[in-house]
Design a binder for this molecule. Structure first.
Ligand code: SF4
Ligand code: SF4
Length: 506
């Protein structure tokens, strides 16, 4: 990873030539994207116990488990070649298509580029790509999946594994593939590298000459290695904000996910600082810090945030190829929209788990709550009520507490057994002219179905639950149909707090 930085710096200072580099690792390693939070993406204990190294790329995008068989390829070059002058998106497309040509010609693979940054074989991803830039130079890279231990990947990356069964691994394998799977054998890495190098040489009309590091690069590498092996590089992230006065928001736009943490000084109603992370790309990478630095000690109001964001984006071509100012605005809007929750008595941590529907939280609670919607996935796996409404409050799972809580506050509890069942219940609540609902679901479900909740037109408040959800397990489709075979836990304490605040508000 340090060498990536060295080669990009070297090229941008004219110390080294345009370069194609291939990389392989002798041990498996997890590489998180430049803008990602390490602890949200990686199971560090598992990696340590299994000799899997962990580091951070200088490029954005998501975390990968890079296995010894995988072949990484990189182009480090200036943008003065006529084919390489387009936007970062266009550059990515052109370089990815050249790579695809190489695999098609040499290995006969039906491989193609899938925007924004994947390379696929018949709809299955076989290589991810990404890049970054410095001055007029760029580094663009991809990882070709040659052979893969899916179980190891699922355990090393933050996918809750305890409940995964063999058929769930199969469903993951339907979305990704490897050279071994496609060809029936593992081609020699040398053959892949020769094919790719020769295709790039032809497409860009350049002669490739084997090379090694220049003295400047050797020296720079020695300087950078300590930094790239230090925790401050590998494990940077939200701990840059040390306080517990954080509001967080996740915005999932078409161009990627933005996670925003805002550190607030409530007494002065100002944003102390902001941290942006996510799986997006930035050219150059430090653009994220430049943007964050504009939010030091500024008023915690959307008009101030909007002025800063629009000013930033109007002064330069956007460094974020897939995100626009509206995406960042939405993330700030969601985070600052939680300030009134604090006045209502919720802690900063609790604001992370409360999602109002059809109105502000205050409006929803003032309106009153009449129904309590509880997810089947929190029911005990062996319970006779697992796939239907009802609960005899036997005490074996958190749903029993949820039913008891609902009755204590005079609400009608109902178990939601599938997405269609949720829609039916919301329709029924609306037709009956009932007041609102309190419900429990995971954050992933809320993010995916926020628009469905809004369009149902019933005011309500959803309370998040534990994080081991079907989204973590890649089983959202099972959840949709009501066949998710895993047990979650509803947050009864927070639901009770919402109900007690509602009672007082009423
Ligand atoms: S508390 Fe209710 S849902 Fe949970 S196991 Fe008992 S009867 Fe089933
Ligand atoms: S999406 Fe999955 S984990 Fe989330 S509430 Fe639904 S079934 Fe449970």
């Amino acid at each position: 990873m340090a060498l990536d930085r060295v080669l990009l710096e070297s090229r941008s200072r004219g110390e080294g030539p345009n370069t194609i580099r291939f990389l392989q690792f002798s041990r498996p390693c997890v590489l998180v994207g430049y803008h990602q939070q390490l602890d949200s993406e990686v199971r560090l204990d598992f990696c340590k116990a299994h000799g899997i190294e962990v580091n951070r790329r200088i490029t954005g995008g998501g975390a990968v488990l890079f296995e010894p068989s995988h072949v990484g390829w990189e182009i480090i070059a200036t943008r003065d070649h006529p084919l390489l002058r387009g936007s970062p998106m266009e550059l990515g497309r052109i370089l990815s298509e050249i790579f695809c040509d190489a695999l098609r010609e040499r290995l006969g693979l039906a491989v193609s580029f899938r925007p924004r940054n994947d390379i696929e074989v018949r709809g299955k991803k076989i290589s991810g790509t990404g890049g970054t830039s410095e001055g007029d130079s760029f580094l663009f890279q991809g990882t070709l999946l040659v052979d893969m231990d899916v179980w190891q990947m699922l355990r090393a990356l933050r996918v809750p594994m305890e409940k995964l069964k063999a058929h769930e691994v199969d469903s993951l394998m339907e979305r990704v593939t490897t050279l071994k799977r496609e060809l029936g054998f593992v081609p020699e890495a040398r053959i892949i590298k020769e094919a790719v190098a020769s295709r790039f040489s032809k497409a860009l009309d350049v002669e490739l000459v084997p090379g090694s590091l220049t003295p400047w690069e050797e020296k720079r590498l020695r300087e950078l290695l300590p930094e790239f092996s230090s925790p401050s590089w590998v494990d940077r992230g939200p701990q840059r904000i040390g306080s517990r006065t954080l509001l967080k928001a996740i915005h999932r736009g078409d161009g990627g996910v933005i996670r925003l943490l805002l550190d607030l000084d409530m007494a002065r109603k100002r944003i102390r600082s902001a941290v942006l992370s996510g799986d997006f790309f930035a050219f150059p990478s430090r653009s994220v810090y430049d943007l964050e630095s504009l939010f030091k000690d500024v008023p915690a109001r959307m008009d101030a945030v909007e002025e800063i964001l629009l000013g930033y984006f109007s002064q330069r071509p956007s460094p974020f190829p897939s995100l626009g100012p509206e995406d960042f605005l939405m993330a700030f809007h969601k985070a600052l929209g939680k300030v009134p929750y604090l006045d209502m008595g919720f802690s900063f941590e609790e604001t992370h788990e409360i999602f109002p529907v059809c109105g502000s939280l205050k409006e929803v609670l003032m309106n009153g709550l009449e129904w309590c919607l509880l997810p089947y996935c929190s029911k005990d796996l062996g319970c006779e009520f697992r796939k239907k409404d009802g609960c005899n409050e036997c005490g074996l799972c958190s749903i029993g507490d949820g039913y008891a809580l609902a009755k204590r506050y005079g609400l009608k509890p109902v178990t939601i057994t599938s997405f269609e069942n949720l829609v039916e219940n919301l329709r029924r609540i609306k037709l009956e002219g009932s007041k609102g609902f309190i419900g429990s679901c995971c954050e992933g479900f809320y993010i995916k179905h926020a628009e469905d909740f809004e369009s149902a037109g019933v005011p309500g408040v959803l309370v998040g639950m534990d994080s081991t959800t079907c989204y973590d397990l890649g089983k959202a489709q099972d959840a949709y149909s009501g066949s998710f075979e895993h047990q979650t836990q509803i947050n009864v304490a927070l639901m009770e707090k919402v109900l007690s605040i509602t009672e007082k508000a009423a």
